[in-house]
Write a protein that binds this ligand. Structure first.
Ligand code: FES
Length: 292
């Protein structure tokens, strides 16, 4: 996690976030998967809201490994009092007061790209290494004047480039989608919506470098949907063995009703163990669904 260059580690939660209790989120007008501003008299940061019963009321958690190299404005140590303990040298990481408010996003975006993006000027962005490229989360308080120009700049395509840029616009819903191909190879895709983008991150990242030749396959890609031959593995849960939530849910539906049984079937949870509580949550959720 320190170099942020391991796709497996960064695939787990590939953007900076604030974990907060549902009642605190509601009290501050923040909904799950939107963005939140955390502010005090030292700085302000913008991070994704992860609403969770696991977080104690009145407190928030923000991971500290996001640097300016990989995120627009998510360096949590900017908020921390620089006073350090005289013996250990530790700053007051766990005693930082912040005010919370929703980030007024005019749009949200998600992109996958074969090449690392250049400078990004949006109010919020975070990039993370994927297996064959990069995944990028975006948002801004203002709309760009020209979405096609925005997509070209993000993908690093100059005006004369031979790249095939496929676009889909639903102006009424304010949805915009782009896919860039070099020959038959996908080199970039951008999904834009007025709400947090509901596209499977893992699936989209897996499309990079794939040969996508038929018009049907290309349209499916723009729609952000996996084809029947490529089931969506879901968000990565086990970073050690690269296992997604969809795979775990399928194993549970197929009879694996304990964390150990899921581990035997998929290996998930059998190394460092940090994903075991998430696996347990999926088992409970699938079983409740089935019972209902
Ligand atoms: S993340 Fe290490 S075992 Fe799953």
């Amino acid at each position: 996690t320190r170099t942020a260059l391991s796709p497996r580690l960064m695939g787990h939660i590939a953007e900076p976030f604030v974990e907060l209790h549902p009642e605190d989120a509601a009290a501050h007008g923040i909904t799950a998967a939107t963005l939140a501003v955390l502010q005090n008299d030292r700085a302000s940061i913008v991070v994704r809201a992860l609403v969770s019963e696991d977080q104690k009321r009145g407190t928030v958690f923000v991971p500290l490994h996001w640097t300016d190299q990989f995120s627009g404005k998510a360096r949590v140590d900017a908020l921390v009092n620089p006073a350090t303990d005289p013996v250990s040298g530790q700053p007051e990481l766990k005693f930082t007061a912040v005010a919370l408010r929703p980030y007024a996003a005019a749009w949200y975006g998600f992109a996958v790209m074969a090449e690392a993006p250049g400078e990004i000027a949006t109010g919020y962005w975070a990039k993370a290494k994927a297996k064959d490229g990069w995944r990028v989360e975006l948002a801004d308080a203002v709309l760009p004047q020209d979405w096609t120009a925005f997509a070209r700049a993000l993908f690093g395509l100059d005006a004369l480039s031979e790249i095939d840029l496929l676009a889909y616009h639903d102006s009424a819903a304010a949805h915009h989608r782009f896919a860039a191909f070099s020959g038959e190879r996908l080199i970039g895709a951008l999904f834009v919506a007025p709400e947090p983008v509901a596209v499977s991150r893992g699936w989209a990242a897996e499309q990079l470098g794939r040969t996508v030749s038929t018009p049907g396959e290309r349209m499916r890609l723009l729609a952000g949907r996996a084809g029947a031959s490529q089931p969506d593995r879901g968000a990565q849960v086990c970073a050690c063995f690269d296992v997604g939530a969809g795979q775990i849910a399928a194993a549970v539906a197929g009879g694996c009703h304990t964390v150990e049984a899921v581990g035997t079937a998929l290996q998930a949870g059998t190394n460092c163990g940090s994903c075991r509580s998430e696996i347990r949550r999926i088992i409970d959720a699938v079983r409740i669904q089935k019972a209902g």
